[in-house]
Design a protein around this ligand. Structure first.
Ligand code: ADP
Length: 164
């Protein structure tokens, strides 16, 4: 049984992430979405909120689980018996960093393979940072995130008026 991990901050989950989740869940036996608890980086949503938002959107995918980790990804992978890392590639700007991390992880544990999925053309511009940037000014984020997240994201910026 091939277990893969899709690690990330998911702060918040976007349509770009969901596309990678749906596509990668079809090519592995089990997919664990690993939400990074990075205490050094201030996140908009708490770890618990990020985990529950992802769970909400993945209930229809039977081989997908949501977990969280702190520290080294390779250590978490041992814990959950995963040997594959899924990452999404949007533009060349992602490439250099991703290549380095993939190679470093493989040096740590040679059983680990990183699989890169190219972004869906519709979401190649999309990142959690873009969502936060637009939301903080009350901009339209309906093409970026699932509808049920919109008010929750605006609420983080104390925006209550309906700007959609
Ligand atoms: P990180 O802080 O690890 O980059 P993110 O939550 O920003 O965490 O992203 C997690 C993964 O999802 C990364 O591999 C990233 O490249 C990928 N990803 C994010 N947005 C998109 C998108 N629009 N299309 C494809 N992959 C994406």
């Amino acid at each position: 049984m091939k277990t893969a991990i899709y690690p990330g901050s998911f702060d918040p989950l976007t349509f770009g992430h969901l596309d990678i989740i749906e596509r990668s869940s079809k090519i592995v036996d089990k997919l664990v979405i690993g939400v990074l608890n990075n205490s050094a980086k201030k996140s908009l949503f708490s770890l618990e909120e990020r985990v529950s938002m992802i769970k909400e959107m993945t209930t229809s995918l039977p081989n997908v689980e949501v977990g969280s980790f702190e520290g080294l990804l390779v250590d978490y992978m041992k814990e959950i018996n995963a040997t594959i890392i899924i990452r999404g590639l949007r533009a060349v700007t992602d490439f250099e960093y991703e290549l380095q991390i993939a190679q470093a992880n493989s040096v740590q544990n040679s059983d680990i393979e990183t699989i890169f999925l190219t972004t869906n053309l519709n979401y190649s511009y999309l990142s959690s940072t873009i969502v936060k940037e637009f939301a903080s000014y009350g901009g339209d984020i309906s093409k970026f995130v699932p509808e049920q997240f919109i008010d929750r994201i605006y609420a983080k910026y104390n925006i209550t008026k309906n700007t959609r």
